[in-house]
Write a protein that binds this ligand. Structure first.
Ligand code: SAM
Length: 369
């Protein structure tokens, strides 16, 4: 999609699905954190106008609705810190938040504070979070730019210093592909976004590998910034257009919750997921039990890398942290793979400790051929 010039623009299926994902993640996130803390903060660096052409809510309004509901059960507070560079959109967003407050009981509104700032995400967002004492407290940051090199590594690094901060970044792949051209003027911006020069390796990659190369370097950058656990995947719409999403946290539980949210996104938006690690780049329908062919390929490769085999619990951990799948799918898949003679297990009964080997390489077993 071209970068919209108008104040508001039509909501595309990616955006609808992204908002559903945000809602389904924040719905459990808010109550869990509000049980243990007096307040939580939701921040956006690219907040948008708060509404789409058809009247659908923008992400800050989606978040406002989720938090208003969460506060009904708990005598706590929620703070929203929103930055947007287009003054017309800030004005529109202000109006949308006022409307949202009018639909919220006064007693709840009194415990929801929102601040809007006009200007560029960096350094305003960080300055405001620091000045307001939000850093170090539970904080979810959405960085949903159109896909320019607008998110400096240094911002991510500063956010990641605080163990209760989580980030979600979204961009269309051209954010990455525009760095792949040799002589464009993006080197400085690229170094600032990737936090170094390792990404320059893209210039020697074959054309078909450039996007994947940069995508993988970018994920490493997020980890290097300090987000120990990351989840990345692509949402593909019916026209085949991808949107890349990256989530970073310092807590494994966050990844589990984000996956639960991912797989509960409404399939009616017509999007599919793609796991960046899957060599065949198979698109997956949104089902509670998605097609496991890509997971099977990824697990086979992971198992083959270890001559001593892999324990089921390691396969589950790998599935959680390195793929779009949930660990709960691993045991039944291993059973299926064993029936198909793709792997062998020792012992036969599958527990967390059971070792899994490529079929022909099970110790003590004759080669198949
Ligand atoms: C993809 S839209 C955000 C949509 C919004 N998060 C939602 O889902 O409803 C990106 C927004 O970022 C704003 N923007 C672009 N560059 C920016 C920058 N460097 N700093 C702050 N805002 C920026 C644009 O004006 C636009 O409103």
């Amino acid at each position: 999609m071209a970068v919209p010039k108008a104040v508001v623009w039509p909501r595309d299926p990616h955006t609808a699905a992204k908002h559903d994902l945000l809602k389904k993640y924040l719905q459990p996130w808010a109550p869990i954190l509000l049980t243990h803390h007096d307040s939580v903060t939701y921040a956006e660096g690219f907040a948008g106008p708060g509404v789409y052409e058809g009247g659908e809510p923008g992400s800050p309004v989606v978040a406002h609705q989720v938090f208003a509901e969460a506060l009904q059960q708990r005598p706590k507070r929620v703070r929203l810190v929103l930055v947007e560079e287009d003054a017309r959109r800030v004005e529109k967003l202000q109006r949308q938040l006022t409307l949202a407050r009018q639909h919220t009981p006064d007693e709840i509104s009194a415990r929801m504070q929102s601040e809007l700032h006009t200007g560029t995400c960096h350094p305003i967002l960080l300055d405001r979070l620091r000045a307001g004492g939000h850093l170090g407290k539970p904080l979810f940051v959405l960085l949903d730019s159109y896909g320019g090199p607008d998110i400096p590594f240094s911002l991510l690094q500063q956010l990641a210093q605080y163990k209760r901060t989580e980030v979600m970044l979204t961009f269309v792949p051209n954010f990455l592909t525009r760095f792949a051209a040799k002589n464009d003027g993006h080197r400085g911006a690229g170094d600032a976004a990737f936090g170094g020069t390792e990404w320059h390796g893209v210039f020697t990659q074959p054309a078909g590998r450039k996007f994947a190369y940069l995508r993988d370097r970018y994920r490493e950058s997020i980890k290097r910034a300090g987000f120990t656990y990351t989840l990345h995947f692509e949402m593909v719409d019916e026209g085949g257009h991808p949107l890349y999403l990256l989530y970073g946290t310092r807590h494994e539980l966050g990844v589990e919750k984000m996956k639960d949210a991912m797989w509960s996104v409404d399939p009616a938006y017509g999007i599919q997921y793609r796991d960046p690690k899957d060599v065949q780049q198979q698109a997956l329908d949104l089902q509670f039990e998605p097609n496991t062919d890509p997971l099977r390929r990824m697990l086979l490769e992971f198992i083959a890398e270890s001559p001593a085999g892999r324990a089921v619990e390691d396969l589950q951990q790998y599935t959680l942290l390195e793929t779009v799948y949930r660990p709960a799918q691993v045991v039944s898949l291993i059973e299926k793979m064993r029936d198909d003679e793709a792997v062998a297990t020792e012992p036969r009964r599958i527990t967390k400790k059971t070792q899994v080997f490529p079929y022909a390489k099970k110790p003590g077993q004759c080669e198949l051929f």
